[in-house]
Design a protein around this ligand. Structure first.
Ligand code: PMP
Length: 730
């Protein structure tokens, strides 16, 4: 953990380097160890005598004897991204710079003994590479070292505008500035300077950011030679001693504006400075004592790791470890984490309107999502119900089917037909259609609504279709078709019930059976939707449209929970009929469902951004590439004694073991290898973000292969026998 701060500016040439050098000198004057680090230094001079980095020279000039270094150096004085391109090398990345920084900082500093001053390049949005800016580096340093930001602004015409823009941008990323330091980069009319200072201080107060110091114009500092330098240095130290002392005291940033408001409402009891976030031990202790995690015991929970950040295909843990994500957070984060277009869409929508009730009101994000989504759906689905989670979308689908038949004068149609090995969610209606034996809800089997089940499709996706696999369904339709309201299934890929891939012909035949017997067909594409299996929806493989379709998970790219139940015009019309039966109340054609967060604008805005990003990206090529690599790199596992099957489709790769695995032990095993993979039952599987690169995917597949090999060798990894280890959804 480092102590210190990240020094950024409202623009380039605003005096960051002088402030950094001055703080370095002030810390040393206060008797403390301090070093200055320039993560990226452009405008360097490379000659036979070596390399000269301008800012490092300035540090040494103002704080003689101090330690200062640059992590990456480039010749052209421009943005790091362009400088790297001009030099013909890879642009620096946040991850690479963090690793280099941690390696370069002397051990005493790493333990928070001295002060580390990290000076950015340019302003907040200076591009580091094609995707990341200085702000991303600041986020990385905050997440890993809780390093606060110090904002340097010039006292000159236009500075208020730049200060406020910078404060807004910092606040939007939850980066809390320790304070602002005004600097003078030239002569200025004293009246203008006074007004700037007063306005800057007042405006910054709105963000709860203090004005810490103002430096006078010190031409001797930048002039060639030593004329007047000693006096200028003394002046600089004098001005910067108070902020230097703040840093030495290990002070972190004050509350952000929103936190400040909360505290104010809390009678101001806690107003003041504090460490950013709870201490890690407290996080884990409170979590263990009070929080349920999915599918775990409250009293003997499986171990958890604290995640503090997630960017691209990496999840960052509190202890600094970065894990390559192999799960897309259970099918959701298809574009990785922190995708700027999605983050911006959420921020923008949050600032405009985060939620309004959908009863009696509508809004552009929900309507835009509808406009985007309908043309993409399997043909014929044009009525949308926006719920808040996958399970609720399934409840809605079931209720639609029941209401449809009730209003069609067929009240005997009350049963659902589902597939063994299926999984549809955790609410009671959804539970009733999950596999009653291997599903996660066996405990409630006597209580749940009794549905009909047929064996899971035995015909594998990649083998010739065997019509015999329809026999059970045909028989059941013939016997019970009159009672069946709808069939519900996950097309092509059964997810949490076993990661099972089956033949598209099964869906075509099921559609035909439903049509013959007058049964509605519900596809649950909550897991498979949005490209996961290689087509936008798995149903496309069969060229079949259901009557009702459930979507969720990747709909918002993993930003927020949102689900959609889409119905055909026929279903919508049928369930909206006015009832003429005297013994039943007339609903007026209404569908009696309406969750509080229905059509939540924030979630809809995220979904629009996610869909636009997906459609604008070469996602098919990416998913195909992932499938090929998964097949190539996982296939060798088939030879291991403990492995019973290997399969892959789209961005899903599965290694099925002969025995259930110990989730906790295997999770540790994976974290030690720098990957995030969460197996369940006998399945070790991968479903990475589509934007993963080849190297990261290889890290995942080799970790899976290592695990499968180790499990095949050592009995020690076999299941612990607790149901929690065997049962978990994916
Ligand atoms: N259906 C399927 C196919 C799923 O995979 C899931 C979640 N794993 C659900 C429904 C339930 O979704 P949620 O967890 O959002 O309620």
């Amino acid at each position: 953990m480092l102590r210190g701060c990240f020094i950024t500016g409202t623009d380039t040439d605003v005096g960051k380097t002088i402030v950094t050098a001055g703080l370095l000198a002030a810390c040393r004057a206060a008797g403390a160890d301090a070093i200055a680090v320039k993560p990226v230094q452009t405008g360097c001079l490379f000659s036979e005598c070596g390399m000269t980095a301008p800012d490092i020279l300035q540090y040494i000039k103002l704080a003689p004897g101090a330690q200062a270094f640059a992590l990456e150096t480039f010749e052209t004085a421009c943005s790091p991204s362009l400088a790297a391109r001009l030099a013909g090398v890879e642009a620096p990345t946040v991850q690479g710079l963090l690793v280099k920084l941690e390696k370069s900082v002397p051990p005493v500093m790493s333990h928070g003994q001295g002060v580390v001053l990290v000076e950015g390049a340019g302003g907040l949005f200076a591009p580091l590479n094609r995707w990341e800016t200085m702000l991303d580096l600041m986020c990385g340093l905050r997440d890993r070292h809780t390093l606060p930001v110090l904002l340097v602004a010039p006292n000159r015409v236009g500075c208020i505008n730049h200060i406020l823009l910078s404060l807004e941008a910092l606040e939007a990323r939850a980066l809390r500035p320790l304070g602002i330091i005004l600097s003078r980069t030239g002569e200025i009319d004293p009246a203008v300077a006074d007004d700037n200072r007063a306005v800057a201080a007042e405006q910054a107060r709105r963000f709860n950011v203090p004005l810490l110091a103002e430096l006078p114009y010190l031409p001797a500092v930048t002039a060639v030679g030593d004329n007047g330098l000693a006096a200028a240095r003394a002046e600089l130290i004098n001005c910067l001693l108070p902020p230097a002392k703040l840093l030495l005291a290990g002070c972190s940033a004050p509350y952000s504006r929103s936190e400040q408001n909360i505290r104010a409402a809390d009678n101001g009891r806690c107003v003041g400075r504090r460490e950013v976030g709870l201490p890690p031990e407290e996080v884990l202790a409170i979590d263990r004592a009070h929080l349920w995690h999915p599918y775990t015991s409250a009293l003997q929970p499986l171990p958890v790791y604290e995640a503090v950040g997630a960017h691209g295909c990496r999840i960052r843990l509190r202890d600094g470890r970065e894990l390559v994500d192999g799960m897309s957070s259970w099918w959701c984060a298809i574009h990785g984490y922190g995708q700027p277009a999605l983050v911006a869409a959420l921020q923008e929508q949050a600032a405009r309107m985060s939620h309004v009730m959908f009863g009696g009101l509508t809004h552009e994000p929900a309507v835009r999502l509808t406009k985007l989504l309908i043309p993409l759906l399997p043909p014929g689905l044009n009525r949308l119900f926006m719920a808040d989670s996958g399970s609720v979308a399934v409840e809605v689908a079931i209720k639609m089917a029941l209401q449809y038949w009730r209003l069609a004068g067929r009240p005997e149609k009350t049963r659902l037909l589902a597939l063994r090995g299926g999984y549809h969610g955790d609410t009671t209606g959804a539970m009733s259609v999950c596999d009653p034996v291997t599903g996660m809800h066996t405990l409630f089997s006597g209580v749940l609504w009794q549905q009909y089940f047929v064996e899971r499709p035995t015909c594998r996706f990649d083998e010739p279709f065997d019509p015999a696999c329809m026999a059970a369904a045909e028989k059941l339709f013939a016997q019970k078709g009159e009672e069946i309201a709808a069939v519900i299934l996950e097309p092509i890929l059964q997810g949490a019930g076993g990661m099972w891939l089956y033949h598209p012909e099964y869906l075509r035949r099921m559609r035909a059976l439903c049509d013959t017997y007058g049964v509605l067909l519900i596809f649950d594409e909550i897991a498979t939707g949005f490209g996961r299996t290689g087509t936008l929806f798995a149903a496309e493989r069969a060229g079949v449209s259901p009557d009702i379709l459930c979507l969720g998970k990747a709909l918002t790219g993993g930003m927020l929970s949102l689900a959609v139940t889409a119905a055909s015009e026929g279903v919508a019309t049928g369930l909206s009929r006015r009832l003429e039966a005297p013994d039943l109340p007339d609903t007026g054609g209404a569908f009696m469902h309406g969750p509080t967060f229905m059509g939540n604008p924030l979630a809809c805005a995220a979904a629009c951004a996610s869909l636009e990003f997906l459609l604008g990206s070469p996602w098919q090529t990416r998913v195909q590439g992932i499938e090929m690599q998964l097949r190539r790199e996982l296939e060798p596992c088939r030879a291991f004694a403990g492995v019973s099957d290997v399969r892959a489709l789209g961005a899903v790769g599965v290694v099925e073991m002969c025995n259930p695995v110990d989730v906790a032990a295997l999770q540790d095993f994976f974290v030690a290898r720098g990957v995030w993979i969460r197996p369940f039952g006998r399945l070790i599987y991968l479903m990475p973000p589509y934007v993963i690169d080849k190297q990261d995917l290889s890290r995942l597949t080799s970790a899976v292969a290592d695990a499968a090999w180790t499990l095949s060798q050592a009995e020690g990894f076999q299941g612990r026998g607790s149901p929690a280890y065997d049962r978990e959804k994916g």
